[in-house]
Design a binder for this molecule. Structure first.
Ligand code: HEM
Length: 495
């Protein structure tokens, strides 16, 4: 059943959903294990978690908090309650080998080798995300981590991060293309009402408890206050108001620590370019799908409002470029669909869709809200061309603390990672996966994934073969970033 659309209540949403906190250049993500559940609940109940309200200016320090499924259980939530979250969340990122295979977490990315999360290191219970200025972050951290914190949690990992001048470590502007949430619930979600690409996205595609682009709700626990009186603190479920909604105003949060081998990237491109700096730069741009300053590779009036419809063969922006895989951008109706009759045929799945259309239609159902931060020291191109690939490891490594938010981990993060980025068969390409992220070690019987094609006008595509792996997974987990009322409920949970 579809309930009336409602504007989002910012007082109950953690700030990270609305803002990237880009005015606070320093961040530390802390991974905690619950040591004493009642002390942990007490600490969480008084933690100064920042909401998405913008009145009163931008905060000087921000605290956000999220929980894994194991963490919610450790804090005392009933199994039946935690079981109401989505299957992907309860299973966890490294929960089974099938999921790991789909995510490309095999070979060098195998969870058995992760520094945190996964099989050996164990699933963290709580993710605390602190954002502040560089001058403030350490003292603020000391204030937060008081005696009751030490009694409540075992603190095993701290992942410091930053903004890196807006660039990731390969040297490209990041965080340009994001969905624009329909906070007021103004657009009619559900059904195929539009046929042009747009960044506008129903709130329910990122926030739990609101209608999504299908006009539906994604999985989250709905609690009966007659059975669990403490649930009265939660907002009512929009579609079944007799229940209280533990998910409402919260979101699923995916965290992956991705180590980047910057020397391997630039030296590989240097070899492919025969040492020609201009060609090397061109190849890097082609792999990313944007220029270093974020400009798109095809002619566009705006750096973000464009589609690839004018470049169907990928001669301007290769079909396999990172940004084109991560968001192929063609909306519900690929080019050529116009008029009510054709639209009806496509809606019913009739007509003659090409393979390309099948794979990349309806990209709006697979959008991610990215909130990542870079970690480790930056190196410039000259150093990257000299240093030994693979050397930066452990304390001196660099990479991306990839964070994305969404209301459906399987349809959003896992689909993009598996079907678009990781797939060695994407948009008529073969034997290649994402040029930046691809796991180059094929599974037995699977296609190779170490090539990259550059389509050319009037000539066969140029193929670069034997790409080494540039990005390695070092840790990861799925978390629930609760609304503030849900946080109160969690802090008050006792079995
Ligand atoms: C070290 C790893 C990664 C690097 C260096 C990287 C780099 C970039 C860069 C430079 C952009 C272009 C700027 C922008 O449009 O915001 C971009 C866009 C994007 N990336 Fe990544 N990325 C990484 C990992 C990932 C992962 C793991 C995912 C998803 C599973 C992802 C999804 C996206 C998406 C959705 C876009 C926007 C595409 C668009 O809408 O045009 N990225 N990335």
């Amino acid at each position: 059943m579809t309930a009336p659309r409602q504007p989002v209540d910012f007082t109950d949403v953690q700030g990270l959903v609305r803002f990237g906190h880009s005015h606070l250049p320093s961040s530390v993500f802390h991974l905690l294990w619950v040591k004493d559940a009642s002390a942990a609940r007490a600490w969480l109940g008084s933690a100064p978690v920042t909401s998405a309200v913008s009145e009163g200016g931008r905060p000087e320090q921000v605290l956000q908090v999220a929980f894994s499924a194991a963490g919610l259980l450790a804090l005392g939530l009933e199994e039946g309650t935690v079981g109401g979250f989505s299957a992907a969340f309860t299973a966890g990122m490294a929960g089974d080998s099938n999921r790991s295979r789909r995510l490309g977490d095999t070979g060098p990315n195998d969870p058995g080798q992760w520094r945190w999360g996964g099989v050996e290191a164990g699933v963290p219970h709580v993710l605390l995300m602190l954002y502040a200025t560089q001058a403030r972050i350490v003292s603020w951290q000391e204030d937060l981590f008081n005696a009751s914190f030490a009694q409540a949690f075992e603190h095993r990992f701290a992942l410091p991060g930053g903004l890196g001048d807006g660039r990731e470590h390969f040297g490209f502007m990041d965080g340009i293309s994001q969905p624009a949430l329909d906070w007021q619930g103004e657009s009619p979600p559900g059904g195929h009402w539009r046929d042009a690409y747009t960044h506008r996205l129903a709130a329910g595609d990122i926030l739990l408890g609101y209608v999504n682009e299908y006009g539906l709700y994604t999985d989250r626990p709905l609690l009966d206050p007659a059975r669990q009186p403490a649930a009265a603190v939660l907002p009512p479920a929009a579609e079944q108001p007799q229940f209280r909604d533990l998910g409402r105003n919260g979101s699923y949060l995916v965290l992956r620590q991705l180590r980047q081998d910057v020397p391997a990237f630039w030296q590989c491109l240097d070899r492919a370019a025969g040492g020609d700096p201009a060609r090397r730069e061109q190849l890097a741009q082609a792999m990313v799908g944007r220029k270093r300053d974020g400009e798109p590779l095809l002619q566009a009036a705006d750096r973000n409002a464009f589609t690839y419809d004018s470049d169907p063969a990928g001669q301007c922006c290769p079909l396999g470029a990172h940004v084109r895989r991560a968001n192929p951008r063609t909306g519900d109706f690929p080019p050529g669909t116009s008029g009510p009759f054709k639209r009806l045929l496509r809606t019913l799945g009739l007509g003659s869709p090409s393979g390309r259309d099948d794979l990349i239609a309806s990209t709006r159902f697979h959008r991610l809200l990215r909130r990542g931060r870079v970690y480790g020291d930056t190196i410039d191109l000259a150093r990257a061309l000299l240093e030994t690939p693979g050397d930066a490891d452990g304390d001196d490594e660099r990479g991306l603390l990839f964070v994305c938010l969404g209301a459906d981990i399987a349809r959003q993060f896992e689909f993009v990672q598996n079907a678009w980025l990781n797939s060695a068969k994407f948009a008529a390409l073969r034997d290649e996966s994402d040029p930046l992220l691809g796991n180059r070690q094929p599974l037995p019987g699977a296609l190779h994934s170490d090539q990259f094609s550059l389509p050319r006008a009037g000539a066969p595509a140029q193929r670069i073969a034997g790409l080494p792996q540039f990005v390695q997974v070092r840790g990861g987990e799925y978390f629930f970033l609760p609304g503030l009322r849900a946080l109160k409920f969690i802090a008050g949970s006792e079995r």
